[in-house]
Design a protein around this ligand. Structure first.
Ligand code: ASP
Ligand code: MG
Length: 404
């Protein structure tokens, strides 16, 4: 008997018909003799709608109350899906995170899973029940509801799979797997049979938006077998695992991220410790910085530019301005009409000519590169946002052809 964790995203449980469809998939897995644990997201755009409701009342609502509100979406889903399974005559129980004991850090709206209690879930599994768990939510040491950050239900699923040593963690979504790039934007995108954790991690954090990246980090850490597949078509998806045999090309995919911005801290003192102070302030404010460029120092001053999620710009500006005099900079500039295009592949840095091919594709499309950032498995360029789609298509075509 295998233990399988199945996670269904918002579009997969959008309405009654989709919930019945999901219940059908769960029932089949259960009837095939598996133990089944299910994690659900909120239905459709519920989370966005709840955020909008909050804005109408108080745009500066505390994160604690936001979590109280947003966590309700997932609870609706598990209750409804449990009712669908009950209707099919199957033994099922739905559990909120506090009932399971999904313990998280204290931070509201972006907390981390610290540990998961096994007693309650195990007891239900031992009674042969299908266990439905609300995704995205946890409980902190104050007994308060927390959420794991947008898209966090994937992480709930992987954390449960890791905690219970599940044989497989299936992430059901509205696409049938991981593609070399976003198939809605680039018609020539090709579905991958498998991809490594590291590549997936880069594709996710570069904006491929299929999996929450912390879920992939967790999967890698605990060697959770992941599969991404469609809830609408019954066919194999893409496996995410440690090692993957590469075919014709050394890259797994191309990603576009238009949720980035760049902040420049202009006129910093040219002293040791300045970069440390800037980034520790941002770190303490929980702001994730990506590419960093420090200009060559002038006589007495230097500039530091970095990219960060657009959503964090306001907070980053606030923190930096607050410490303007102690950091001793002149002013800040923000650029948010930018995009990041990345090629990702386990062999990127070891394959000669890959960077040149990417830059050639951009040159042929007459696109100017503003910043370049590389890692072992990725090369990213920062470009104007208005060039993003053209750039994605040009770079993808260079490595994978036009799909014809
Ligand atoms: N409902 C939450 C969100 O939209 C979590 C999730 O769907 O994974 O961000
Ligand atoms: Mg998602």
């Amino acid at each position: 008997m295998s233990l399988i964790v199945q996670k269904f995203g918002g579009s997969s449980v959008r309405d009654a018909e989709r919930i019945r469809n999901v219940a059908g998939i769960i029932a089949d897995t259960y009837k095939a003799g598996n133990q089944v644990m299910v994690v659900l997201s909120a239905q459709g755009d519920t989370t966005d709608d709840l955020i909008e409701k909050a804005r109408e009342i108080n745009p500066r609502a505390s994160r604690r109350e936001m979590d109280m509100l947003l966590s309700t979406g997932e609870q609706i889903s598990i209750a409804l899906c449990a009712m669908a399974l009950e209707g099919m005559g199957l033994p099922v129980v739905s559990l909120a995170a506090w009932q399971v004991g999904v313990h998280t850090t204290g931070a509201y709206s972006d907390s981390r899973v610290q540990r998961i209690d096994s007693e309650r879930v195990q007891r239900e599994l031992d009674k042969n029940k299908i266990v439905l768990v609300a995704g995205f939510q946890g409980v902190n040491r104050f007994g308060d509801v927390t959420t794991l950050g947008r898209g966090g239900s994937d992480t709930s699923a992987v954390a449960l799979a890791a905690a219970f040593g599940a044989d497989l963690c299936q992430i059901y979504t509205d696409v049938d797997g991981i593609y070399t790039t976003d198939p809605r934007v680039v018609p020539g995108a090709v579905k991958l049979e498998a991809i490594t954790y590291d590549e997936m991690l880069e594709l996710a954090s570069q904006g491929a938006q299929v999996l929450h990246n912390r879920s992939v980090e967790l999967a890698k850490k605990y060697r959770v077998n992941l599969e991404v597949l469609s809830s609408l078509e019954r066919k194999p998806g893409t496996k995410v695992k440690e090692v993957v045999k590469m075919e014709k090309t050394s890259i797994a995919g191309v990603a576009k991220d238009t949720s980035v911005a760049r902040i420049a801290v202009v006129g910093l003192e040219h002293n040791p410790g300045v970069a440390f102070r800037v980034f520790s302030l941002l770190g303490r404010a929980n702001i994730n910085v990506d590419a960093i460029i420090q200009s060559i120092g002038r006589d007495t001053s230097k500039d530091i530019s970095f990219t960060l999620p657009r959503a964090d710009v306001e907070e980053a500006m606030r923190v930096l301005e607050e410490h303007k005099s102690s950091l001793g900079f002149d002013h800040l500039t923000v650029e948010d009409k930018i995009a990041k295009i990345s090629i990702v592949g386990a062999g990127v840095m070891n394959t000669p000519g890959v960077a040149a091919r990417m830059f050639e594709a951009l040159y042929d499309a007459n696109i100017n590169i503003q910043m370049i950032n590389t890692s072992e498995i990725k090369i990213s360029v920062l470009i104007d946002e208005e060039d993003a789609v053209t750039a994605l298509r040009a770079v993808h075509a260079k490595f994978f052809g036009n799909g014809d």
